[in-house]
Ligand binder design. Structure first.
Ligand SMILES: NC(=O)c1ccc[n+]([C@@H]2O[C@H](COP(=O)([O-])OP(=O)(O)OC[C@H]3O[C@@H](n4cnc5c(N)ncnc54)[C@H](O)[C@@H]3O)[C@@H](O)[C@H]2O)c1
Ligand SMILES: O=P(O)(O)OC[C@H](O)CO
Length: 411
């Protein structure tokens, strides 16, 4: 007679503690308390340590201007006073400045770092996480190198040899932290070996199966061999992944298209910069709509050209991670706001980022540069006129006023 395996619970770590990272820790910590048979109660949150001085207007200001370690402050006052001020975190969020220690024994790693720090952070985790851990990448960006372009989920999955899905949507963190309604898209394509169906006799051992399909954009082998999730843990089905992220104010739609979800989040930031440029010129909503239309078409074209069938056009047009994220980002995102201010004040976006964001990081500027380097390597800059125009404006080779001419179809 079959015996029931001892049930273990998933331990969750949020890798990152910026504006979105802290919001993600808050909502996941609320959910693990509601699904105690699936998840351990404590959610670890890795904090890139820094010293902060509480501003006088903070309700936690005690009269001392002595700097304190951010991780200690978060655990003391249950608020990320620097990156998500005035939002109380549940006490089961534990800030931890030690990256490997924060991920130790976790079966679910939620990566929410700015994309420029992701690869280096993963390097510090190699050999220090559970081999059967599973990850979800909430970072918006791409990873371009000599070998081509990678999704951030691929960077994480391949460096740590684990499966990595993606979460992305029309998600301005401050609104979600205040529990205002929004929706998101989670792409999680469970490896067959994680399925509760037994491996048919005669088929290859599950751990021998290559599961990360190669992207068209990068030559050479792109697959990795995965360690199956032990059966003592609850199955990471779409339903259980949804239980980790869905809140009454944060509605989750699960899909299988990791490439589409990842690319939507990365490429919309380039479009948001274009929207900021034209708005900074005072050109109004019609101009913004024009760059959004062209940008969405380029997004779909980029997915098809470089990720083939693995990035579905419908993901860009029907899911929150596509058109909806373009819209919200072009209305109120940081990339949009900083590009707009740069034009209005005649300063560079880097100067505005430094002065206005208090340590938060733009993703659009580096993504525009990386995407351009990749397009150049493919001889395809002219096929993506909006992405190329944004790059040229950032590099000082063109002006925001040139956008209409630059994106006009050439016959
Ligand atoms: N903020 C949002 O509204 C939002 C929403 C959805 C997705 N995202 C995406 O989430 C990702 C993370 O953004 P965020 O808003 O949480 O961060 P953020 O821009 O608010 O903060 C920057 C973070 O980077 C950290 N950092 C600085 N130097 C570092 C280093 N050397 N190594 C590691 N970390 C370092 C800081 O400690 C801080 O946590 C980005 O890709 C972003 O596009 C953000
Ligand atoms: O503030 P941004 O421009 O980084 O955009 C935030 C989110 O990605 C919007 O969905």
């Amino acid at each position: 007679m079959a015996t029931l395996s001892a049930q273990r619970k998933h331990k969750v770590t949020v890798v990152g503690s910026g504006n979105w990272g802290t919001t993600m820790a808050k909502l996941v910590a609320e959910n693990v308390k509601e699904h105690t048979s699936l998840f351990e109660e404590t959610v670890q949150m890795w904090v890139h340590e820094e010293e902060v001085t509480l501003p006088k207007e903070s309700k936690h200001y005690s009269g001392s201007d002595k700097p304190e370690k951010l991780s200690q402050l978060i655990n003391k006052v249950h608020e990320n006073v620097k990156y998500l001020p005035n939002i109380t975190l549940p006490p089961n969020v534990v800030a931890n400045p030690d990256l490997p220690a924060s991920c130790k024994d976790s079966t679910i790693l939620i990566f929410v770092l700015p994309h420029q720090f992701t690869a280096r952070s993963c390097e510090q985790l190699v050999g220090k996480i559970l081999p059967y851990a599973r990850a979800i990448c909430c970072t918006k960006g791409v990873d371009v190198g000599e070998k081509g372009i990678r999704l951030m989920s691929e960077t994480i999955g391949m460096s740590l040899n684990i499966y990595c899905g993606a979460l992305s949507g029309a998600n301005i963190a401050s609104e979600i932290a205040q529990e205002k309604y929004s929706e998101t898209t989670v792409a999680y394509d469970p490896p067959p070996m994680d399925s509760r169906n037994p491996t048919p006799s005669g088929s290859p051992n599950a751990s021998q199966v290559d599961l990360i399909a190669p992207s068209k954009a990068v030559p050479g082998p792109r697959s990795t061999r995965l360690t199956p999730l032990p059966t003592e843990y609850p199955h990471l089905s779409h339903d259980n992944i949804r239980k980790l992220f869905h809140r009454p104010y944060f509605h989750v739609h699960l899909v299988n298209d990791v490439a589409g979800v990842s690319l939507g989040g990365a490429l919309k930031n380039i479009i948001a910069l274009a929207a900021g440029f034209v708005d900074g010129l005072g050109w109004g909503d019609n101009a913004k709509a024009a760059v959004m239309r062209v940008g969405i078409l380029e997004m779909v074209k980029f997915g098809k050209a470089f990720f083939g069938e693995s990035a579905r056009a419908s993901t860009f047009t029907e899911e929150s991670c596509g058109v909806a994220d373009v819209i919200t980002s072009c209305m109120g995102g940081r990339n949009f706001r900083c590009a707009k201010m740069a034009v209005e004040r005649g300063e560079s976006i880097a100067e505005i980022e430094e002065k206005e964001l208090n340590g938060q990081k733009l993703q659009g500027t580096s993504t525009a540069l990386e995407v351009n380097a990749f397009l150049k390597s493919q001889g395809m800059e002219a096929d993506f006129p909006l992405f190329t125009a944004v790059y040229n404006i950032l590099e000082g080779n063109a002006k925001p006023e040139d956008i209409p001419e630059l994106i006009e179809p050439k016959h």
